[in-house]
Design a protein around this ligand. Structure first.
Ligand code: PBG
Ligand code: ZN
Length: 329
């Protein structure tokens, strides 16, 4: 190609025209703020593995809801830490459970804040797995069909409390269809399902398990979450969730799975990406050491996740990035 000096790409990068040619933006309204709510505390408790993040008491949620809404954030996703755990995760669907109380409190304070709830059992089971466990193929494992009933109950109880979007994260077969039917049967046709449709068994969830006290007492999650090496299987998982009636698909983690994200665009549904606890901890840790510039790295990571195809980005940087994103617009 003998085009130089006629074709000069650097013309696009003259400082004055740079913004004119920016292809991808991060809008505050695309960011979803995760919140950890702990039923057993009265004041915020910092999370050691996620500097800058804390578990919140239910009583602080009205103020937090107002604060994040005032920052321009449209939505939050809630994770609960209950006082009591058992083998059946019964505190997960109690009408006065930690998430049910949290949703009510936040809706009262900020009715226009979209509330998503994580629908899973691992914070509520004493064994730490995402549903009912029993014998499967000669070992203790997550049982699929008996756990679906539990997910239905959890999802309906969140909807009853006022959740706008339920987000099943357990990677059970049939979970979306089962929850859709249960919601519809209970009169919640308008509650959306954001499926953790392509969720990988990732080492990057480590800090979350400390944050949400959801580590497991035996085994691992590789018998239900996806193998990080498998792209076609990840597409098939999401395709099934489309058929079962998911409203929003999700890829999790985000930053190392951008190929999956861009491939899922073909389904035409809105796409979410979850920048998980380990991705947060790595950027935050390096920034706190002065090894990378935090603002640059955070905005770059979010921009690249959007560029790959995410409409929504769930990120622990949401509150900080809200300010930066507004400044850059
Ligand atoms: C619960 C759940 C997990 C995360 C979101 N929902 C943990 C897991 O699957 O082990 C991870 C979030 C994060 O790491 O930020 N199933
Ligand atoms: Zn779980």
């Amino acid at each position: 190609m003998d085009v130089f000096p006629v074709r000069r790409m650097r013309r696009y990068r003259r400082r004055i025209v740079q913004e004119l040619f920016t292809e991808t933006c991060v809008h505050v309204s695309d960011l979803v703020a995760p919140l950890f709510v702990d039923e057993g505390i009265d004041r915020p408790v910092p999370i050691g593995s996620m500097p800058g993040q804390a578990r919140q008491p239910v009583g602080d949620l009205p103020a937090i809801a107002e604060r994040i809404f005032d920052l321009g954030l449209n939505s939050a996703i809630l994770f609960g830490i209950p006082k009591a755990k058992d083998a059946e995760a019964s505190s997960a669907w109690a009408p006065d459970g930690v998430i049910q109380r949290s949703v009510r409190a936040m809706k009262e304070a900020a009715p226009d804040l979209v509330l998503c709830t994580d629908v899973c059992a691992c914070e509520y089971t004493d064994h730490g797995h995402c549903g009912i466990v029993g014998q499967r193929c000669g070992e203790d494992d997550l049982l699929n069909d008996p756990s679906l009933e539990l997910m239905n109950r959890i999802a309906v109880s969140h909807a009853e409390a006022g959740a706008d979007i339920v987000a099943p994260s357990c990677m059970l077969d049939g979970m979306v269809g089962s929850i859709r039917a249960a919601l519809d049967d209970s009169g919640f046709q308008d509650v959306l399902i954001m499926s953790y449709s392509s969720k990988f068994a990732s080492g990057f969830y480590g800090p979350f398990r400390e944050a949400a006290d959801s580590g497991f007492s035996f085994g691992d999650r590789t018998t239900y979450q996806l193998n990080p090496s498998n792209a076609r299987e990840a597409l098939l998982e999401s395709a099934l969730d489309v058929e079962e009636g998911a409203d929003i698909l999700m890829v999790k983690p985000a930053g190392y799975y951008l190929d999956i994200l861009s491939a899922l665009r073909e389904f035409g549904l809105p796409l979410a990406a979850f920048q998980v606890s380990g991705e947060y901890a790595m950027i935050r840790g390096a920034a706190d050491q002065g090894w990378i510039d935090g603002r640059t790295a955070v905005m770059e990571s979010l921009t690249c996740i959007r560029r790959a195809g995410a409409d929504l980005v769930i990120t622990y940087f949401a509150e900080e990035a809200a300010g930066w994103a507004s400044e850059e617009q």
